[in-house]
Design a protein around this ligand. Structure first.
Ligand code: UTP
Length: 280
């Protein structure tokens, strides 16, 4: 990858209310709920680090303190593990892969939507710089990870790229939906993007929670008005980006679990428990 456009920063918005997981998410951020024994958010962080990301910028809220604690050292626990016969667990709380990775935490004051969450990182990203966004709710099992897949496509095109997948007609209501020109088997040049179309979706290609975007999108986010659900929508800012630049959609190769829903969360737990041979 050319150094001038290497993507090294990722924004992880984790400030949402997690209403669908109440009461579990009342005192514990839903991103800290475990898939087997690993908090959901850790999967997205590992995926980003595997792809070469060196700075993880969490957008949190005042109720999400455990996420901050999780990515900081816990000296007391480490000392206890060291002085007991549980040293093996040290590697599970201090992942070697995270050495050299910077974690920053910015609080979103009011939950005004995903677009507003991403906007909170605007002082850390230059308009010409490309950066990644990962929504931890969307959990993928794929090799290489889906962020690595997006970065490979970025190397060839040096333009914004978002992960897309085919969904049923009924499901288009729940997602951002794109329309565009098919460039190759997996790549589409996006012409149109609509947030949660309640009728006449432009296609069956839905946006999933992984994006590589040009930093200038943050300028657009400053100007847009609340859209669907009265929230500041990232989709509306991508729609503005389309007017000035090419944006691609990549059909990824991975199994997806929508862990923002109870069904997806349970399925992910069963999938990874089987994979780790904890259940048959
Ligand atoms: P969702 O739309 O899934 O909302 O957000 P949510 O609050 O997490 O969950 P429900 O719908 O209440 O159950 C998509 C992503 O955007 C983040 C969320 O944390 C999630 O990663 N988000 C959403 C924010 O960070 N801030 C917001 O204001 C809204």
């Amino acid at each position: 990858m050319s150094n001038s456009k290497a993507i090294k920063k990722a924004v992880l918005p984790v400030a949402g209310l997690g209403t669908r997981f109440l009461p579990a998410s009342k005192a514990i951020p839903k991103e800290m709920l475990p898939i087997v024994d690993t908090p959901l958010v850790e999967f997205a962080v590992r995926e980003a680090v595997e792809a070469g990301i060196e700075e993880i910028i969490f957008i949190t809220s005042h109720t999400k303190r455990p996420i901050e604690d999780h990515f900081k050292r816990n000296q007391e626990l480490e000392t206890q593990l060291l002085s007991s016969d549980k040293k093996d667990y040290l590697d599970r709380i201090n992942l070697k892969e995270y050495e050299g990775v910077k974690f920053s935490f910015i609080r979103q004051r009011d939950q005004k939507g995903l677009g507003d969450a991403v906007l909170q990182a605007s002082h850390l990203i230059n308009p010409d710089e490309y950066f990644a966004i990962l929504l931890a709710d969307d959990l993928f099992d794929g090799t290489p990870g889906i962020t690595s897949q997006l970065l490979s496509a970025f190397e060839s095109h040096q333009r914004s790229i978002i992960a897309i997948n085919e969904v049923t007609d009924e499901e288009t209501k729940k997602y951002g939906v794109i329309d565009g020109e098919i460039i190759s088997e997996n790549l589409t040049m996006i012409k149109e993007i609509v947030e949660k179309p309640q009728s006449n979706p432009p296609s069956n290609l839905a946006v999933t929670g992984r994006y590589l975007l040009k930093g200038s999108i943050l300028e657009s986010l400053k100007t847009i008005k609340p859209g669907f659900g009265n929230e500041i929508q990232l989709t509306d800012a991508i729609s503005m980006l389309l007017k000035e630049d090419e944006v691609f959609g990549l059909k990824y190769k991975a199994e997806k679990f929508d862990c923002g829903s109870r069904e997806g969360f349970i399925k992910a737990n069963i999938h990874f428990a089987r994979k780790q041979k904890i259940i048959i």
